[in-house]
Design a protein around this ligand. Structure first.
Ligand code: NAP
Length: 276
């Protein structure tokens, strides 16, 4: 097992990609603390993880609130005795797809407070705890292909993810001397509620899949396996990087020549994906 004896905090770990990461950490021997705002979703996530036989705890945490970030770090250290891994995963997009000319400061702040400010200070609090404990650690930030691809219908989201890429580099430099490794993963479309909201637009789904060389969306488990790699010693010389786990979506210029349309079967599967 690659993470035996380690303790991990995963923000937004109650469902979707975050829960997929928590599950893979657990399977590799880590104790996991998952954060999120909804107590119902949190309790469901915690029960699911415990049913796998590992040590897991849900702590309510809205990453837009600095006191919540402080609390989840303290709770992890208190409950499991240490903190080794911090995954800044919580993130939101803008379902309204507002045009740049109409975006309000309130819309901007709502997304930035979660996706970038929460990540900045959550990482700081986690790093302070790791430095206090004196054993180093790993921080993994959740970026997106939209750190690279310009998506004007999700302008604040895209801006925030661009910021994540640069934050990851400066955190890595700032924390290197403390033995804290910082990297990001930048997924393409992944089977989650967030993607289901986007994917309910069949034409948009077609546009995305036609420019994804692998021709499919990814899974939370695949993100979890990458997170295990970034958290364990196998990646110890990888530093300040954003790893694009996107089926090639970030670099394909033109649609796949053979691509026709998302099949009815795949589309239906996407629409009916159930929450855990
Ligand atoms: P999701 O299925 O909507 O899950 C989001 C998780 O974050 C939930 O646990 C949610 O729980 C929590 N959350 C939302 N707002 C929060 C807040 N203010 N504070 C703390 N937790 C919060 O989303 P996902 O698709 O797994 O996305 C996770 C991350 O991956 C995001 O950063 C997203 O940008 C990134 N990403 C996703 C995709 C994709 O295709 N799905 C692609 C690229 C990047 P509560 O609502 O109960 O708080």
């Amino acid at each position: 097992m690659k993470l035996s004896g380690k303790v991990a905090v995963i923000t937004g770990g109650t469902k979707g990609i975050g829960l997929g990461i928590a599950e893979e950490f657990l399977r590799e021997g880590a104790a996991v603390v998952i954060g999120g705002r909804s107590p119902e979703t949190g309790a469901r996530g915690e029960a699911y993880l415990r049913s796998l036989g590992g040590e897991a705890a849900y702590i309510p945490c809205d990453v837009a609130k600095l006191e919540d970030l402080d609390r989840i770090i303290a709770a992890a250290a208190e409950r499991f005795g240490r903190l080794d891994i911090y995954v800044a995963n919580a993130g939101i997009n803008d379902p309204q797809k507002t045009h740049y000319l109409d975006i309000t400061p309130e819309q901007y702040d709502r997304i930035m407070d979660v996706n970038l400010r929460g990540m900045f200070f959550g990482g700081q609090y986690a790093a302070r705890q790791m430095v206090k404990e004196g054993h180093g650690g790993a921080i993994i930030n959740m970026s997106s292909v939209n750190a690279y691809l310009a998506l004007d219908s999700q302008m604040v989201y895209t801006t925030s993810k661009g910021g994540v890429q640069q934050l990851t580099k400066v955190q890595a430099v700032a924390l290197a001397s403390h033995g804290i490794k910082v990297n990001a993963m930048a997924p393409g479309p992944i089977e989650t509620d967030l993607m289901r909201r986007v994917g309910s637009d069949r034409q948009l789904m077609d546009t995305i899949l036609s420019r994804t060389p692998l021709g499919r969306i990814g899974t939370p488990k695949e993100c979890g396996r990458l997170a295990v790699f970034l958290a364990c010693e196998d990646s110890d010389f990888i530093f300040g990087q954003s790893i694009y786990n996107d089926g090639g979506r970030s670099f394909q210029a033109f649609p796949n020549p053979g691509y026709k349309t998302v099949t009815d079967e795949d589309y239906e599967k996407l629409r009916q994906m159930q929450e855990l």
